[in-house]
Design a protein around this ligand. Structure first.
Ligand code: GLN
Ligand code: ZN
Length: 758
């Protein structure tokens, strides 16, 4: 059995690409140096895959920033404002990705969006009516030739035409269908160039096929691929799908003249069923995505071999593949020095997944005539699934099992609580507050680092933070904010901080995953049953409360966000893990309340992250448990205690009833950058929760004027009842400087006073 890898992480084992790119951006490295680092990285991972015996290795999976941007540039989808800068081609590329500010001009970056249901972000191609699509580069061909030079025969991978057209933003009057002809012609030209260079396979990544597909999409897809496949010459074409199943378009895909079809058997809930009920054409190769490209647990060989056996019986050749690009997992376990093998043996990062592919392929071949159960590779693997150290906590399991329906409901209902809270808190109309964090200045970060390295004692660390909290509160009182926060000086990251204080979590040293461009994240791992070891934030909030007579808002991260920004378990459902986390945070909420904190904010910045790609799955597969999990966190508080939540975006027009069903008392979200359409939708949906749409954008150092904020508030008042409107920035202030923060908040309070007095 042959093996295939859809794509490989390119950031480097020690994030070499990140650091060299950042040097280049600062003018500390030349273009030649950056190109050399990149070439070294590619050589390294191509040879790594070859050594592991992978049969289908991708070239052109490398990118300096993002593969969608690469495809846009390749096909000349470069908006005029970037061309006009007159930069070199690499600089123009980076200008599109990151914006440009310098002697040649000043342009913002193209928009960036989440890549399907991952935490990777792609650059949104922008097409206007004058965009002339044509093949205007040679990157895939160069990549193929480069790999060949190292003795690696590759399949050339790139974003497919359907997905490229679906992801692009159309700024003029034309739409996707107006660009099918030139785009298809350009892909055909590329195919013929590759055939001329002796390439055998091309891989078109078409993840857009796993979404809801309508008749128009089908027509678009057929139009593109009929002509593309008619002209494919000697080249074999693999259509690669991932992140789900292609239930809406399976028969169309299998009917076309593809040579290989890549299907995802990990996230594709219906993939097995589709192949079984519809069959699979015997003249095509089935690339079966069975090694998880998104999570880090070892593959369960018994299960995978069972699926392979079934697939082989369909009659077509089966190639064992990753379920998606390995871009979404860290590089290698060999960089981890702190976790013992008791833990590490359960994981497979990109490099280890290569061994899994090879081992599984051998075992699958062996199974045709022999007894796999006696094979050492098989028995060693199966031993991993008979329990893991420190992962089970019967008390936690029992507690989850004992959750009653009523635990998901807070009483009394919202309107009654709202009255009681207004009486108790005595806040003015249009109360002012912030989202939680204050500027994380050098001294704050240094204090935390020194403590982590053991250079200062707990007492020294705590004293410093208390001093910062006291100063922060004094500042907020001077400015005149109504609801005070402690500033979050003890946290570097809103998920890691809680993970570190929860049993069941473990942490890696180098397990970085690319999030966008040069930005990487290092998600913690949910290893076992999660519970709260001890109070987490209570001491900080209590101290903050002792510094002021105004209400202090406690600050927590919600269970859905904690789960979504971690590597989840595979032995229990993410729903069950989320409920465990919810119970842990619930304990913290109740402790805060018992310590006199009357307002508690539970952030759900990543609530939308795992929203299924198909609308029809939104509720049944996700929201139906995620929203109750949030309610479980706060349903035990007294009616007078006010629960806030915060989201970093306002893209919830389509799930407003679900957001209202979180049953928080107040929600703050980003609104300053988007238009006010979200507020119209809130009104239409009779949104009950009080709202704080951000009145200014904290992502920029610019200080908003009083007038500007007054105007923003007045526009909001047209849509939201005065009694429900809060005044706040659109997110936490930790990335901002102290000067602009103070100036902005002074203007925010002045603006609130002006509209109050009218
Ligand atoms: N409370 C957090 C802060 O203020 C919220 C961060 C976020 O939403 N990303 O930093
Ligand atoms: Zn935010």
């Amino acid at each position: 059995m042959k093996t295939a890898v859809i794509g490989y992480p390119r950031i480097g084992k020690n994030r070499e690409l990140k650091f060299e790119s950042e040097k280049f951006f600062k003018g500390e490295a030349t273009e030649a140096e950056l190109l050399e680092t990149a070439a070294e990285l590619r050589k390294g991972y191509l040879l790594k895959q070859k050594e592991a015996g992978i049969s289908f290795i991708s070239s052109n999976d490398f990118s300096f920033y993002d593969n969608v941007l690469d495809a846009a540039v390749l096909f000349n989808i470069i908006p005029e404002r970037y061309r006009a800068l007159g930069l070199s081609s690499l600089e123009t590329y980076f200008a599109m990705a990151r914006g440009y500010q310098g002697d040649k001009g000043n342009v913002k970056a193209l928009a960036m969006k989440k890549w399907f249901n991952t935490n990777y972000h792609y650059i949104v191609p922008e097409i206007d009516d004058d965009t002339e699509i044509k093949l205007s580069g040679n990157k895939p061909v160069e990549a193929f030739k480069e790999a060949k030079g190292y003795g690696v025969d590759t399949k050339v991978s790139l974003v497919g035409p359907f997905t490229l057209l679906k992801l692009a933003k159309y700024t003029g009057s034309k739409s996707a269908k107006d660009f099918v002809k030139p785009l298809t012609a350009s892909y055909i030209e590329l195919v013929s160039r590759l055939a001329g260079e002796g390439a055998e396979w091309i891989q078109f990544d078409e993840p857009s096929l796993v979404k809801d597909i309508d008749a128009e999409d089908k027509a678009l897809f057929n139009e593109i691929y009929q002509s593309l496949l008619d002209s494919k010459k000697s080249l074999k074409v693999l259509i690669q799908t991932y992140f789900g199943d292609i239930r809406d378009i399976y028969s169309e895909v299998t009917a076309l003249e593809f040579d290989g079809i890549g299907l995802d058997f990990i996230e594709g809930r219906k993939t097995s069923e589709l192949v079984k009920t519809n069959g699979f054409p015997s003249d095509k190769i089935l690339f079966a995505g069975l090694v998880n490209g998104k999570n880090i647990w070892r593959n369960n060989y018994a299960k995978t071999l069972d699926v392979l056996k079934e697939l082989k019986s369909l009659g077509a050749e089966v190639v064992l593949s990753t379920s998606c690009s390995l871009l979404h997992v860290p590089y290698t376990l060999s960089s981890e020095t702190k976790l013992t093998t008791d833990y590490l043996k359960h994981f497979a990062f990109a490099e280890e997944k290569l061994s899994e592919l090879s081992e599984l392929a051998k075992l699958s071949d062996f199974a045709e005539s022999g007894n796999v159960a006696a094979q050492p590779a098989f028995t060693a693997n199966q031993a991993l699934f008979h329990g893991r150290v420190d992962s089970v906590d019967e008390a936690v399991k029992a507690r989850v099992a004992a959750i009653k329906d009523s635990d998901y409901t807070r009483l009394p209902e919202f309107h009654e609580r709202e009255k009681l809270q207004k009486e108790k808190l005595g806040l003015p109309l249009f109360p002012t507050t912030t989202i939680g964090s204050f500027p994380q200045t050098q001294d704050v970060r240094q204090n935390r680092q020194k403590f982590r390295k053991g250079l200062i004692s707990v007492d020294e660390y705590t004293e410093f933070n208390k001093k910062k909290i006291a100063e922060c509160i004094k500042l907020q009182e001077e400015i005149g904010l109504d609801v005070i926060v402690h500033g979050e000086y003890e946290r570097n990251d809103m998920v890691e901080y809680f993970g570190e204080n929860l049993a069941g979590y473990i942490f890696t040293e180098k397990a970085w995953v690319q999030s966008y461009g040069t930005r990487c994240v290092k998600p913690p791992i949910i290893w076992g049953d999660v519970s709260r070891k001890n109070p987490i934030t209570v001491a900080w909030s209590k101290f903050a409360k002792s510094c002021t007579n105004k209400p202090v808002k406690g600050m927590l991260t919600g269970p859905v966000t904690i789960l979504n920004w971690s590597f989840p378990r595979e032995d229990i459902s993410i729903k069950e893990s989320t409920l465990q986390i919810a119970l842990a945070i619930r304990d913290e909420v109740l402790d805060l309340e018992a310590n006199g904190i009357d307002i508690i904010q539970i952030d759900e910045a990543a609530l939308r992250e795992k929203l299924p790609l198909r609308k029809s799955d939104w509720y049944s597969q996700y929201l139906d448990w995620a929203i109750p999990a949030f309610r479980l966190v706060h349903s035990g508080v007294k009616p007078e205690t006010q629960i806030h939540t915060h989201m970093c975006y306002s893209e919830f027009t389509d799930i407003i009833p679900a957001i209202d069903a979180m049953d928080a008392d107040v929600i703050t979200f980003e609104a300053s950058r988007s238009d006010l359409q979200i507020l119209d939708s809130l009104k239409e949906n009779n949104f009950k929760t009080e709202v704080g749409p951000g009145v200014y954008d904290i992502h920029s150092p610019r200080v908003p004027s009083v007038d500007e904020i007054v105007n923003a508030l007045n526009a909001m008042r047209d849509r939201i009842e005065d009694s429900k409107l809060w005044v706040n920035p659109d997110c936490g202030l930790k990335t901002r400087g102290e000067t602009e923060t103070k100036a902005s908040l002074i203007n925010l309070v002045k603006a609130a006073e002006i509209i109050r007095n009218k």
